[in-house]
Design a protein around this ligand. Structure first.
Ligand code: DP6
Length: 401
């Protein structure tokens, strides 16, 4: 008897132009377009195995080994239903194809990073789910077509269907058929953009993106200005910057847009604060690091950006990462030795950190160990990958291994 099963992995993406606000909460249609960089799956990824079998009684899903309920009409159910619909189209065109769309599916998914790291896993998670189902069903669908489905799992997930530099075009159709991800440039176009994720410790339960952005849509007047006048210009400008590999413009726009996203969060009633003192100190360090460079006739060397939480993501050309990591480690001493995936620091390790000549050390106070509880060094990466059967998360019995 045939086994119908496929495994895929998908990357995390971090936005430079932020998605914040929905015009349709069910279809997940945004109030503005957004743009992100896809990060390397060798560092952060979700992996998902899907299997269809006539003996399965119902669709079931396990996340990191725990079974999750697939709520009727919920985001998971919608994604599964939509991929099955595309499979049915294939079966109607080719009557010899097995009727996989009529079978229930078992889905097992895991992230290689702990949920406690405070990194959003919904983007890579839904992208991996849709990619594994598309592989299982041998769908002749493009990444943009699959992004229409991943979008209905979590908005930002649509951008994880591509590697490199990715735009989510908001579209205008009420049915959402033109609200999809497109590749602005592949990873190979500008491979030397690196990312340093500073995992900031945070005890309080933050406001989720989903509920936070709806409150912003309902109450913020600044958001209206942002979506009408600011984002359309920025989308154009950052795409151009990417196409000509202009880090200076890319960085300016990225930092401005992070700032404005947090400004509209503050403009929400009641206000939402995602950044904390550690986040703000990292901004001060990057601003000073760039100031020193510009004052010496150089260019911007790093860009910070923050999502709906206190973690910083610092984008920079590869050649600046050693200085940036040294700087962060000086102000935010690490309990664990820095994992150095690109071998920047050799046998000595990162040590106790250092600043570049001319740096005004008074722009921030050094924090105790644990304020930044981890540093993840990554870079721009590729899109979803279909993996070999050896990497399956489901055993021969169709249950998680
Ligand atoms: C701040 O995609 O998590 O990270 O569509 O409700 O699932 P839902 O929201 P989500 O929001 C992400 C918001 C953001 C900005 C971004 O990634 O563009």
């Amino acid at each position: 008897m045939s086994v119908y099963q496929a495994t895929a992995s998908a990357p995390v993406n971090i936005a430079c132009i932020k998605y914040w606000g929905k015009r349709d909460t069910k279809l997940i249609l945004p109030t503005n377009s957004s743009l992100s960089v896809t990060l390397d799956q060798d560092h952060l990824r979700s992996t998902t195995t899907s299997r269809a079998d006539p003996s399965f009684e119902k669709d079931r899903l396990w996340l990191n080994g725990q079974e999750e309920e697939i709520k009727e009409g919920g985001r998971l159910a919608t994604c599964i239903k939509e991929v099955k619909r595309l499979r049915r189209e294939v079966e109607e065109k080719n009557p010899n194809e097995p009727k996989l769309s009529t079978y229930a599916v078992h889905i097992a998914s895991k992230n290689n990073f702990p949920t406690a790291a405070g990194l959003a896993s919904s983007a890579s998670g839904f992208a991996a789910l849709v990619s594994s189902l598309a592989a299982l069903y041998a769908l002749p669908a493009s990444p943009s077509q699959l992004s229409l489905i991943a979008r209905q799992g979590s908005g930002s997930a649509c951008r994880s269907l591509f590697g490199g530099y990715v735009a989510w075009e908001m579209g205008s159709s009420p049915d959402g058929s033109d609200s999809l991800a497109i590749e602005v440039a592949p990873q190979s176009h500008w491979p030397d953009i690196h990312a340093l994720i500073c995992v900031v410790s945070d005890d309080k339960k933050g406001t989720s993106s989903t509920s936070g952005m709806q409150r912003t849509v309902e109450t913020s007047t600044l958001l209206q200005h942002r979506i009408k006048h600011v984002v359309p210009e920025r989308m154009k400008a950052i795409k151009e910057a990417i196409l000509v590999r202009d880090f200076d413009s890319f960085a300016r726009i990225t930092m401005q847009d992070s700032n404005q996203f947090h400004a509209v969060a503050l403009d929400t009633d009641p206000p939402i604060f995602y950044m904390n003192d550690v986040s703000r100190s990292i901004i001060a360090l990057i601003v000073e690091y760039n100031r020193v460079s510009i004052e010496n006739g150089g260019k911007i060397k790093a860009a910070y950006t923050y999502d709906a939480g206190p973690n910083a993501v610092i984008y920079a050309p590869k050649e600046n990462l050693k200085e940036i990591i040294s700087l962060i480690v000086k102000y935010f001493p690490q309990a664990e030795p820095f994992k150095d995936p690109f071998g920047l620091f050799g046998a000595q390790g990162v040590g106790s950190g250092a600043v570049v000549p001319g740096f005004n050390e008074a722009v921030a106070k050094p924090f105790p160990v644990g304020a930044v509880k981890g540093l993840i060094h990554s870079k721009v990466g590729d899109g979803p990958r279909v993996l070999s059967p050896q990497e399956a998360l489901l055993g021969a019995n169709g249950l998680p291994k």
